[in-house]
Design a protein around this ligand. Sequence first.
Ligand code: UDX
Length: 432
Amino acid sequence: MSAGEKPKIGVFGAGWVGLVTGACFAELGHEVVVRDVLPERIAALESGRVPLHEPELPELLERNRERLTFTLEVDDAVSAPIMFVCVGTPPTYSGDADLSAVWTVVDQLPELEERAILVMKSTVPVGTGEKVRAALDARGLAHVGYVSNPEFLSEGSAVRDFMHPDRVVVGAFTEADGAAVTALYEPLETTVVQADVASAEMIKLAANAFLMTRISFINEIANVCEATGADVVKVAEGVGLDHRLGPHFLRAGIGWGGSCFPKDGVALKQLASNSGYHFQLLNAVIEVNELQKRRVIQKLQRHLGSLRGKTVTLLGLAFKPNTDDIREAPSLVLAGRLVAEGAEVRAWDPVADGAVALPRAKICADPLEALEGADAAVLVTEWHQLAELDWREAAKRMRNPLLIDGRNMLDPAELRASGFTYDGIGRAAGLV
Ligand code: UDX
């Protein structure tokens, strides 16, 4: 590599983190090799198809086609001096993170002659870096550096989050390795938090746990609002304006889902208990979320009585808008509970494919079609299409125009004027 030239980057894993990372580094001028083990995924990417729904990502991949290579070969990825590990770390039965894909990457590294750095972007338990370091040393790869550089990408805005990060965290065993990874982010003009490896690993887990705590906190406040006649939307506004608290992650609703929070929350809980510490607050945060997903059923029962034979439409399936991800989505729990109560479930989502995950639900291509003759609707995902829906028409089409707004997305007064019985989360003041 000549002076001033940007180092080539290898990426292990063409999933959501790997593709965003690879595409963004290519956009910053690096040659990038993305390696995955799934032939169909690599074939799709080579032919210009993006296997997941993420805004801006297709454009970025297309624009940087010449700098991006997709491969099944380990050797292609290890030709880069800096290699990012972006493989999945799903939960195991015990709740611990499954690191088998991480270890496969480490074990597959060939006898590298040149100096190289392995950069961990996958979310891993604290202490993983130490273990990988020891494994590399044991394999005679002491000249391969190890850096923890966790991702803070939010699905649906991942490209923007990468290009405009609040901060970049770099945890390294040596100053030189830390500096090499820090240099990659120089064009982004952000704050870089230099840390030891364990602290970098913990920053990621703690940040996610704190975000979950805020959501469960405001959801519990919402539940108390319902019991006492306050409106959580107003309450969150008033609380969030305190500069010590801030307005983010104070939207009450039917709970979090997705590929990160559920997995990382449980992984941190297990990490603590494996070390002999009972993380009471986190346990409560997780439990509140489980209960929150189910409260909608009680709301429906309050309005409809028994749900047996009633038709309930789920508006949105994805765990949040602008993604097709339904992993751990509240919609799955809701659909399961509704079926258990004997209800007929209809569902609509503009991008998420519910056919496989919700085999007992009737999936509709259009929200009005999904609402035809229904006894109730639950707004599960705050898709913009729902803000723009003709709710007056929707009310006419339903057998019983009842809407449980699981995201407090819509204006209660407008919905009521359209003919709906409207019930949000934590909005007791307006209950009809
Ligand atoms: C999250 C973290 O934000 C990100 O930094 C990390 O790297 C991965 O996990 P993501 O899972 O994409 O990102 O979604 P996020 O926007 O954080 O939302 C998670 C869930 O919380 C969603 O189900 C969302 O609906 C819910 N949520 C979010 C609320 O219920 N209320 C809020 O105020 C905010």
